[in-house]
Design a protein. Structure first.
Length: 362
């Protein structure tokens, strides 16, 4: 503990500090990329021994900092012209230390975690494209991340979101798909109960299991853990919208947009839904049209637009948006939407289905 705390104090932002012993063991099992050697600081009250500082490049760590790789936070497609490096960038700097006994089990654990981190980042490039094929690729990569480091909560959360999206967007017909997301959410919370991301995922699963009260509890827990996370408020608003409280939800989403002024597509789509359900059609269209260029593959934006246009009697526009929905999820049908949309009020569900039927959905 003494050594670990001293090493952490020496680490600059977005870096990892470890001893020479650990570095040498990790390098045997994993290529660490470019290495440089700055100065040699001393560790107070620890016997002299050579150690190293390993700084993992900002590209790697920045992409997976808390909150940035959550499904609902990743609204912008990755630039196709910037492929992910096949190994993390490393800077090594020797410094003086005193008496450290690092166990082989710790060294193995560090290696596994670093490898898992790389897989987490790679999966993110696919996931943010919001297509069925890319989601399946992200799922496969994140499955591997959980295998490499079964204690890595973020890997379980992200994997859970791939199953959640599969279920919600009707990419999977397997009734166990949502249960798999539930299992991963619970596993993530067991590993890190203080993660708002894990509670957001669990809230989403409960919502689509029609357990609205349990979903509200988890969303409120996520907000309590991080009151500045816009996407925890977004999840809370989603639950309120489907539970029949869209007016309250719209206010919460407006607050979320103030917390995250980059206007991520999911926030705008959800706000459009809340406006649409309260009859604020022009406002709904305005925010939904703003969401479209942020991510043209975001299925909810197209579905909400199709319903809004249909209710306004703009059938040509409604059919065009439904065509986009079917492009992204060819298996979507009225029958399955009836089973999967989590509207608490059956009358609201019937209204939604009627609009989709009017837009041309069979």
């Amino acid at each position: 503990m003494n050594v670990a705390s001293r090493l952490q104090a020496l680490a600059e932002p977005d870096t990892i500090c470890l001893s020479q012993v650990v570095y040498q063991e990790v390098e045997k099992k994993l290529s660490l990329g470019t290495v440089v050697s700055p100065e040699r600081p001393k560790l107070k009250n620890i016997a002299q021994r050579r150690t190293v500082q390993v700084a993992v490049g900002l590209l790697m760590l920045g992409l997976v900092s808390a909150g940035t790789l959550l499904a609902r936070n990743l609204d912008f497609p990755a630039p196709l012209g910037l492929p992910l490096p096949d190994k993390p960038a490393i800077a090594v700097s020797p410094f003086v230390n005193m008496s450290e006994d690092l166990k082989p089990s710790f060294q193995r654990s560090f290696t596994a975690h670093l490898k898992s981190y790389v897989y987490v980042v790679r999966g993110g490039w696919y996931f943010v494209r919001w297509t069925q094929k890319a989601n399946a690729q992200a799922q496969q990569i994140w499955e591997r991340a959980t295998e490499l480091d079964p204690q890595f909560a973020l890997a379980h959360i992200l994997l859970g979101w791939t199953y959640f999206v599969e279920w919600v967007w009707q990419w999977s017909q397997d009734p166990q798909t949502l249960e798999r997301a539930l299992t991963l959410a619970r596993r993530a919370i067991a590993l890190d109960d203080a993660s708002p991301l894990a509670h957001q995922l669990l809230a989403g699963v409960y919502l689509f299991k029609m357990q609205h009260e349990q979903a509200l509890v988890e969303a409120e827990r996520a907000i309590a853990l991080d009151p500045n996370d816009a996407h925890s408020y977004e999840m809370l608003a989603d639950i309120l919208t489907f539970a029949g409280r869209p007016e309250e939800a719209s206010g919460i989403l407006e607050k979320a947009l103030r917390l995250d002024p980059t206007f991520p597509a999911f926030l705008l789509a959800d706000l459009g839904l809340a406006y649409q359900l309260t009859g604020r059609y022009e406002e709904a269209l305005a925010v939904l049209k703003k969401a479209l260029p942020l991510n043209p593959n975001l299925l909810p934006t197209h579905e909400i637009l199709a319903v809004t246009y249909a209710e306004l009697g703009l059938e040509e526009e409604a059919r065009a948006e439904l065509a986009e929905v079917l492009r992204l999820s060819p298996s979507i049908s009225l029958e399955v939407r009836r089973l999967r949309l989590p509207f608490k009020d059956p009358a609201v569900l019937e209204r939604w289905l009627a609009a989709l039927r009017k837009a041309g959905l069979k």
